[in-house]
Ligand binder design. Structure first.
Ligand code: ATP
Ligand code: MG
Length: 355
């Protein structure tokens, strides 16, 4: 049966890098992949055209698709608007509407880029961490939330850090399953010493491991210690399991150890059989938008994650990843990697390896 991929190119460099992923998908289709591709407006462009970042129609299309490939949303023109007129509100609504509770964020340092003279940035050769971050709960969604005015005229901002057993269990299960295909090791981060939801997190993760994943080595680490360990000795980690808030920060920190924001994809997945949401970890990069110089690798690697986790095509995923790696090995570089290829030329170099 034909599977469907919905593209949400978004804002800034989102459409530029999504166009390259679309060409890669087109190549796979011409080689026999049974996939139909559609597109919809999302983010700032949707605010301008439709008044909201995520229309009901787009959310319905996302839920009906087999996989959703997002570009990036946001930009200075929409910053500081009321919450429901911000592109980021659409992103949170899309994630929770699709119920994609597990965010997979690989932090990989590509061997071809492990040369300090190329990147001129911190990078850790051989780094290969997979973050599994809880994405639809915790303090970003907990109620009550808001800014209220107190009797004395002072204001108070409120967010609530809250997790239920089932919310913790389902994302921990994703981490344990993925760890079985890797080194069989999971390090779980929280602040169980000062946060009750963190204490429950530790207890539930431990109980699930004992009951169903005795083959997995589980280590608990306080999130602040993990922030330190990621700088001190990042190669000690393989699969890292975190809540929404700590995962946001720790996975950004780890991304910086790979040397290149433009290389890293991400996936947000939910229950088996439900569509996943795939996107580069980088933002809309307003500083380089419209110039055709953005690195399309993260966008293409996000397509590979969609092939692996939603479209049942792990071998095609590996082929796409190998093509990106081969292009890098052959010296193809966009500006962020120290080269001078345009977005489209980098796409050509990768397509040339996808035979
Ligand atoms: P957001 O809030 O949307 O996550 P951000 O503030 O984290 O955005 P990005 O948009 O990710 O920022 O950009 C951070 C820096 O990295 C910018 O200088 C941008 O030009 C650069 N950058 C991001 N993505 C790419 C890419 N694909 N290719 C080249 N440079 C990139
Ligand atoms: Mg960012």
């Amino acid at each position: 049966m034909t599977q469907t991929l919905l593209l949400l190119p978004g804002d800034g460099i989102g459409p530029e890098v999504t166009a390259v992923a679309r060409r890669v998908a087109g190549r796979l289709i011409s080689q026999g992949l049974d996939l139909s591709i559609t597109e919809a407006r999302f983010g700032g462009v949707a605010i301008d055209a439709d008044g909201v970042p995520l229309t009901d129609e787009t959310l319905a299309a996302a839920k009906a698709a087999d996989a959703v490939r997002m570009g990036a949303v946001g930009g200075p023109q929409w910053a500081g608007q009321p919450y429901d007129k911000r592109p980021e509100a659409g992103l949170l609504a899309l994630r929770s509407g699709m119920n994609v509770y597990a965010n997979l964020r690989p932090a990989i340092c590509f061997a071809a880029l492990a040369d300090a003279s190329t990147l001129k940035r911190i990078h850790v050769e051989g780094l290969d961490i997979l973050f599994v971050r809880e994405l639809t709960g915790g303090v970003y969604f907990g109620e009550p939330r808001g800014i209220e005015t107190l009797a004395n005229g002072e204001k108070r901002g409120v967010n609530t850090h809250v997790y239920t057993t089932s919310e913790i269990e389902r994302v921990a299960r994703t981490a344990f399953e993925l760890a079985r295909g890797r080194k069989g090791e999971v390090v779980s981060a929280e602040k169980s010493n000062v946060m009750e939801a963190g204490l429950l997190w530790r207890q539930v993760v431990e109980a699930l491991r004992d009951a169903e994943y005795p083959d997995i080595t589980l280590t608990h680490m306080l999130a602040d210690n993990m922030a330190m360990q990621l700088v001190k000795n990042p190669k000690q980690f393989d699969v890292i399991l975190t809540d929404n808030l700590f995962g946001d920060m720790l996975s950004d920190e780890a991304a910086m150890l790979t040397g290149s924001l433009g290389m890293l994809p991400s996936a947000a997945i939910g229950a088996a059989g439900m569509p996943g949401l795939y996107e580069p970890i980088h933002g809309s990069a307003p500083d380089i938008a419209g110039r055709g110089v953005a690195n399309p690798c993260a966008s293409i690697l996000s397509l590979a994650m969609a092939l692996r986790h939603s479209l049942g095509e792990p071998e095609l995923a590996a082929r796409v990843e190998a093509a990106v790696e081969a292009a890098l090995n052959a010296g193809a570089r966009t500006a962020d990697l120290g080269g001078n290829l345009t977005t489209a030329q980098m796409g050509d170099a990768i397509l040339a390896q996808l035979t």
